[in-house]
Design a protein around this ligand. Sequence first.
Ligand code: GDP
Ligand code: IMO
Ligand code: MG
Length: 434
Amino acid sequence: MSNIIVLGAQWGDEGKGKIVDLFSDRFDIVARYQGGHNAGHTVFIGPTKYILKLIPSGILRPGVTAVIGNGVVIDPLALVEEMSTLEKAGVNVREQLAISNRAHVIFPFHRMVEKVGEGRSDREAIGTTSRGIGPCYEDKIGRRGIRMADLIDPAGFADYYNNLAADKVTLAKAFDVHEVIDFAAIRAQYEELAARLAPLVTDTAALLNRAIRDGKRILFEGAQGAMLDIDHGTYPFVTSSNATAGGACTGTGVPPTKINGIIGVSKAYITRVGAGPFPSEDHGPLGEKIRQVGKEFGSVTGRPRRCGWFDIPLARYTAAVNGIDSLIVTKLDVLDELDEIPVCVGYKVNGVEVTEMPATRSSMEQVEPVYVRLKGWQSSTRGISVMEQLPPAAIEYLRFLEERTEVEIGAISTGPERTETIVRPGSKLHQLLG
Ligand code: GDP
Ligand code: IMO
Ligand code: MG
């Protein structure tokens, strides 16, 4: 019985939503382990488009239990809104969703703290999604946060909340912020939201471990991507959680011994939203072409995504820190029209080849990417679902990525819909899916 993690192997938006939705019919439970409504996972079912933010994409499969794990940070208002959108679309959210009692709660003042931090003239902005994610995780690590269990605890919530509010008042004074915050109104609103969410709040670690004992299968859905991981990403231009594989254990309470495989999702090229180093970024017309053809605009904030070329050193790094068993390459069809496709095969700093991922921001910014140019196929791959039907140059492109990353490519996505996917028979991915 395989339990697997599906995670982003680049800077997010790799197409995790599509892949999780596609595979989720083989699993009993889909569990999110980190992040919050900074994520935007797009799923097309026929012509209908869903954008999942907090709720695992598995909820779109009737009968699949969707778990929001303890590692996720929850804005209750955003959650209730997402639930009602899904309910209107006919999803049985109240039957399928379970929310961890240990997940931390985002409050409106977290967004305000973020705005102050991002707006400071002495600090370069990260380009966050302005959802209050970072400040909520700061309160969690600072041991003053409020968890879902505390939110729904009528005896304790008011006190916990008042303490946190007092902390924010002190902070506002220290930073000379004069924005008026109606703390009492927020408390009343959250008490109302708590009453609506309480029936779904439970000990999800116990639920998941019980399910494993009963032989059920779990798919762990990552948000963001490995290069946005707080420890392993391009710090400080990262998100505030562990998007890498280890986060699945700490963020759900399922031990590493119960996880059988790790699937990385990468685009056939690469994108990034927000600020931070990006060695293979293409600032020219080809980058713009990829943005237009690939519709590379953020699914949460609508910001244009920065576009660049598949980065082998980055892929090898994220494969190593996650232990990726099989890679899924998405959006191959976006490259269809190109006559030549650059691939970054190495990094040089001051003319010297580097073999490890540079740790500092300045060294990452100094990276000169080394490119090889592969032949394009200049024909449509859109919707192809059998490897042999791909044009020879596309097969050669994928073979090159596989050889240089030393990770198998278990599946290829050739369009946003479920059917537009090649899963390679005999691959490790195929075995893990069972
Ligand atoms: P996620 O955050 O990793 O789930 O990815 P997003 O949903 O933010 O962004 C991926 C975008 O690419 C979505 O609009 C998907 O519908 C779309 N998409 C996924 N796979 C493919 C593919 O193979 N081809 C094309 N053309 N679009 C895809
Ligand atoms: P999915 O799950 C792409 C980026 C933001 C910003 C940085 C920090 O859809 O792949 P945050 O609001 O998290 O503090 O912002 O991280 N970011 C994402 N980029 N996809 C995402 O999620 C992202 N979630 C956060 O743009 O650069
Ligand atoms: Mg996304």
